[in-house]
Design a protein around this ligand. Structure first.
Ligand code: GDP
Ligand code: MG
Length: 296
């Protein structure tokens, strides 16, 4: 008998920094979601697609369900909630330690869901003593009717095969939503934008917390295969522009070089990257401006 094709949307939820983007990247085996030393650098919701002969999994990397303080944060939370309300399956990612206040908040969000939920206990490589895993799993088990509880290491790919096998079991029969060779559903400039923004956050650290946006002005391929990327980094104040540029342009050089390497890695070829910095006062507070800047 022929096996029916299965497909569905899988929302990955969990507090910032728990490893959502790392897991998504591992599951689709392509580096698209920026992974950061700082939480919440993924502003857009990114779909990663994994297709094999009898299934298609569409993973949704949701930004953290954190307290939204500004309009941009509110967009993020609304998007995340929508993504996981409509999912065929939800991965609830957590650290391999007993649940604390942040985890309780995520569990509370799950309470109203009808989709099946897996507890994915990530970063188990950090546990010296594997015996400690059992009480953690038990304590999660007591708090929510998870369909499966699966310890993994997204960083090393440990147990991700088990996760994928269980995922396939729970997916409904369904169509192939995307072409089999598609790994992300976002335009390349969205991805370039996120990669550049991640470098800005990485190299400016605490100095420029979430006041930057990136606009990709041009992304094109030359006949010789070289990829041209022209992008503008938006900040709110002249002082932030100065931080971003750094002494003698040193900071921008670092950001540009790291972003170029990452883009070359992603596109699999040479990239010519041209970065500009622009001051747009109050862009973050004014949703109208966000729209102009490309955040719907
Ligand atoms: P997100 O905010 O939930 O998307 O988290 P990220 O995927 O950006 O990961 C946050 C940090 O945790 C990064 O430094 C990752 O390298 C790290 N990380 C993710 N998964 C693992 C894991 O399985 N083991 C360890 N040791 N670190 C991990
Ligand atoms: Mg992320």
């Amino acid at each position: 008998p022929t096996i029916a094709f299965k497909s569905g949307f899988i929302a990955i939820v969990g507090k910032p920094y728990v490893g959502k983007s790392t897991l998504l990247n591992y599951l689709i085996r392509r580096k698209i979601a920026p992974v950061s030393k700082k939480p919440q650098t993924t502003r857009q919701i990114i779909h990663g697609i994994r297709t094999d002969e009898d299934s298609q999994m569409v993973f949704v990397d949701t930004p953290g369900l954190h307290q939204a303080r500004d309009p941009l944060g509110k967009f993020m939370v609304a998007g995340a909630k929508k993504a996981f309300g409509e999912a065929d399956l939800v991965y609830c990612l957590a650290d391999p330690y007993p649940p604390g206040a942040e985890e309780e908040a995520v569990l509370k969000e799950l309470a109203t869901l009808r989709s099946p939920v897996f507890l994915v206990l990530n970063k188990v490589d950090l546990l010296q003593d594997k015996q400690r895993l059992l009480p953690v799993l038990e304590s999660y088990h007591a708090r929510y009717p998870f369909k499966e509880l699966i310890p993994v290491s997204a960083l090393h790919g440990t147990q991700c095969d088990v996760l994928l096998a269980k995922t396939k079991e729970y997916l409904p029969e369904g169509p192939q939503y995307f072409p089999p060779d598609m790994v992300v559903d976002q335009p390349l400039d969205e991805i370039a934008k996120e990669l550049i923004r991640e470098k800005v956050v990485r190299f400016t650290g605490q100095e420029l917390p979430y006041v930057t946006a990136v606009i990709v002005d041009e992304l094109s391929t030359r006949d010789n295969g070289l990829v041209d990327v022209r992008a503008t980094i938006i900040v709110e104040k002249e002082s932030q522009k100065a931080i971003l540029i750094g002494k003698g342009g040193g900071k921008m050089k670092q950001i540009g070089q790291a972003a170029r390497l990452h883009l070359e890695n992603f596109f699999g070829g040479k990239v010519y990257l041209n970065l500009w910095v622009k001051v747009v006062p109050g862009w973050k507070k004014d949703p109208g401006r966000l729209q102009t800047l490309g955040y719907e």
